[in-house]
Design a protein around this ligand. Structure first.
Ligand code: IMP
Length: 422
């Protein structure tokens, strides 16, 4: 069985916890897009682990974790994560496989990311990890791939070509001194040496695994509305964060995907700039941010918080072909008198029931809300659906009917055990 885990909002839905739980039942766990802009948080035995590039399934002994061709890899960050796992005594020998076709982030991508943001009238609020500039190089066909780090002659030519053009841009557009070839060349050859034993043909490996009837979990990063095509462009990331990205980013054909699980928070959050129709007022936003510890796992930035946006999640269900959902962080809504759910957007007298592609509508529309009663907490000790307070069940049943999907996993706390399987 091949399952894709995908975020249905703007990322940070709690995919890390779901991936961690489902990893126990599969043989392979694969990242297919994004880079170290992602931060998956997993809490095991009271200890918090944050993963940026390595699939969080690595915490399960014996599982093979892959980084697909669709990911952009910052080797500095990857090597740190590998060393961090070693320091914790987690053995990853033979278990971490990296696609040779994945593109590599260089220091000039990270600087360019920040310099570009500085020049924009409307900032995107990127993570500053060099994601956009690296994917731009990939599309411009001048990117450097993991496999190039293993071939000094190829790396030399590609890096020289890149620096010839980029240093001109750095100096003339950004008044930045640029980069010297030698130090970058030596540094990236060294990364090549460190990573070489883990470089694999991931497409071949996964297709062979399918033939052997192994189970694969595809780990999406970010979320549907940060997708380069279907997100709230230009306030998006630079990769295909929807389920289709799992095929493009690994070399597995669409017919081999059996199940798409959508992950959603019981409310909505967003980091960075961009439209957010259901965003809370400042004071209430601060309250929920504090209760839900809503701070970015990568940058530590406070996340913006808002009510559950049903229009948005309905759109995500359609775009990803979601058959099954996990609802996260229900416990954060404990103790509220009432809870709102956005069921439409109102703009110039018209109610939109589908997520509008028109950016102006999205920015100016007012949410149409359904209000339901809240519940008293705490609920984090509850392990069976039927034991949940009526308010929680009522909220979930409204959401499930509205979205037209069933919920198979409910999360009532950050620990693995604080989970209800429906
Ligand atoms: P970039 O991916 O660093 O280029 O950032 C583009 C946008 O995506 C910004 O609004 C970021 O805050 C957002 N973003 C990128 N990665 C994540 C993530 O893992 N969770 C939430 N937002 C993210």
């Amino acid at each position: 069985m091949n399952t894709v885990i995908v975020g249905t909002q703007w990322g940070d839905e709690g995919k890390g916890k779901i991936i961690d739980i489902l990893s126990a039942k599969v043989d392979y766990i694969v990242r297919y897009q994004g880079g170290s802009n992602a931060g998956h948080t997993v809490v095991v035995d009271g200890k918090e682990y944050i993963f940026h590039l390595i699939p969080s399934g690595i915490l399960h002994p014996g599982k093979i974790c892959c980084i697909g061709n669709g990911v952009v890899i910052d080797p500095e960050s990857l090597v740190k994560e590998i060393e961090g796992l070693a320091a914790l005594g987690i053995n990853i020998d033979g278990r971490l496989k990296i696609s040779g076709s994945a593109h590599v982030i260089l220091p000039y991508h990270k600087i360019l990311d920040k310099l570009r943001e500085g020049k924009r009238t409307h900032r995107i609020g990127t993570t500053g990890r060099g994601i956009g500039p690296c994917y731009s190089d990939k599309i411009n066909r001048c990117g450097i791939r993991v496999i190039d780090l293993l071939n000094p002659a190829v790396l030399k030519n590609k890096l020289k070509d890149n620096l010839k053009e980029k240093n001109e841009i750095f100096k003339k557009v950004y008044n930045h001194p640029g980069y010297s070839f030698n130090s970058l060349y030596q540094e990236y050859l060294r990364y090549g040496d460190i990573l070489s034993g883990r470089v694999s043909d991931i497409a071949l490996l996964l297709n062979q695994a399918c033939r052997r009837k192994k189970d694969i979990l595809f780990e999406g990063a970010q979320g549907t509305f940060l997708d380069i095509d279907f997100g709230t462009y230009p306030f998006v990331t630079s990769s295909s964060a929807t389920a289709g990205g799992a095929c493009i980013g690994t070399g597995i054909s669409p017919d081999k995907l059996d199940k798409i699980i959508g992950v959603t928070k019981a409310y909505t959050t967003r980091v960075g700039e961009g439209p957010f129709p259901t965003e809370f007022s400042l004071e209430f936003g601060n309250l929920i941010r504090g209760k839900g510890n809503e701070f970015g796992a990568t940058t530590g930035r406070p996340r913006r918080c808002g009510w559950f946006d049903g229009v948005m999640v309905k759109g995500a269900i359609m775009l990803n072909g979601i058959t099954d959902m996990a609802v996260m962080k229900l416990d954060v809504l404990d103790g509220l008198k009432s809870i709102k759910i956005c069921t439409g957007y109102k703009y110039r007298g018209k109610v939109f029931k589908d997520f509008p592609a028109d950016f102006t509508v999205l920015t100016k529309a007012l949410p149409v809300y359904k209000e339901v009663p809240g519940w008293q907490g705490p609920i984090n000790h509850i392990r069976r659906y039927k034991d949940l307070p009526p308010g929680v069940r009522n909220y979930l049943s409204f959401l499930s009917d509205f979205l037209g999907v069933s919920f198979s996993i409910l999360s009532v706390g950050s620990y693995r055990s604080e989970t209800i399987f429906v």
